[in-house]
Design a protein around this ligand. Structure first.
Ligand SMILES: Nc1nc(=O)c2c([nH]1)NC[C@@H]1CN(c3ccc(C(=O)N[C@@H](CCC(=O)O)C(=O)O)cc3)C=[N+]21
Length: 286
């Protein structure tokens, strides 16, 4: 009986770690048959520890696949003009397939303007006007889409979780997570809502699915949610013992039908999507 119960619990925890591994393994093989090897450049401004860890991870996984990747580091004081000239140079360089600007940027730099300098074909975060517009308009054909929402959709698909007609609540309105996730869920015929700090009643308890990226450890508690709901945890923070934790209290697993863990959920799926976009640069645009 106990084992049965444990097995059921395991099945409802969506394993982003294993799925990302299998995506990365498939990419390793695919890269060998490409006419040229993709290569990645990451623009990193300042010396934020978290950003250094994330970009280091991206380089490590790219290398595992057989993709060359470099971090280009700039001091906090770098100007818009300096970044612009570096990005325009990279756009013209035939040996560079994908470019990302690690976010957040220091306050004096406008992230929207800077990301829009990247050529749409090399913009593997899907943040330039052309790629954002294509997602919003529901364009057909391949174009780059933001990696965190793409990773979420891939994980849902792999567990055959269908959200058509379901009330989906997004707790995040950023350009890199909340807004593109809204578009992708809408394209799947979900009933999508976005809440933020000015919303008095975010309707958590009546939602069929919750996508949370607020960055408050264990923000969503078991007593706040509907039985059988789907919980997607996009938050990463550290609790008072410095342990990595997400927005969703792990005890919610008792009440949810499906839930993503932190770590091992959406984080690794984000990197897998980034690598897929990078390979697609060569596949579709070379
Ligand atoms: N232009 C840009 N593109 C991004 O994609 C981007 C960004 N800026 N800025 C920061 C966020 C954050 N992000 C993560 C990626 C992977 C994990 C990840 O792999 N997490 C692991 C381990 C966490 C850990 O050990 O620290 C996990 O959740 O299992 C987390 C976070 C990408 N971001």
């Amino acid at each position: 009986m106990y084992r049965e119960k444990n097995k059921m619990k395991e099945k409802k925890i969506l394993n982003g770690k294993d799925l990302s591994k299998s995506i990365i393994d498939a990419l390793k093989l695919e890269v060998k048959s490409l006419k040229r090897l993709p290569s990645l450049r990451i623009i990193l401004v300042g010396n934020d520890t978290a950003s250094q860890i994330y970009t280091g991870k991206k380089v490590q996984i790219a290398n595992e696949i057989g993709i060359e990747a470099k971090i280009i580091n700039f001091p906090d004081s770098v100007s818009f003009i300096e970044l612009k000239s570096e990005i325009l140079k990279m756009n013209l360089d035939r040996n560079i397939s994908g470019i990302i600007v690690q976010l957040p940027l220091p306050k004096h730099l406008n992230a929207i303007e800077i990301c829009n300098l990247i050529s749409p074909k090399k913009d593997i975060d899907g943040l330039c006007f052309e790629n954002v517009g294509k997602l919003a308009l529901g364009c057909e054909g391949y174009f780059h889409k933001p990696c965190t929402p793409s990773g979420i959709m891939t994980l849902l698909d792999s567990y055959k979780i269908n959200l058509e007609g379901k009330k989906c609540l997004i707790l995040n309105r950023s350009n890199i997570v909340g807004k593109p996730l809204f578009q992708m869920l809408l394209a799947k015929n979900a009933f999508v809502k976005i809440a933020h700090r000015k919303v008095l009643d975010p309707e958590i308890s009546s939602s069929d699915a919750i996508f949370s990226a607020v960055g408050v450890p264990n923000f969503i508690k078991p007593e706040m949610i509907k039985s059988g709901c789907v919980l997607i945890d996009i938050g990463i923070s550290r609790d008072k013992d410095e342990k990595i934790c997400g927005d969703i209290d792990p005890r919610c697993a008792e009440i949810a039908s499906f839930m993503t863990p932190v770590p091992g959920g959406i984080g690794p799926m984000t990197i897998a999507s980034l690598m897929k976009n990078l390979v697609n640069c060569v596949k579709y645009f070379d």
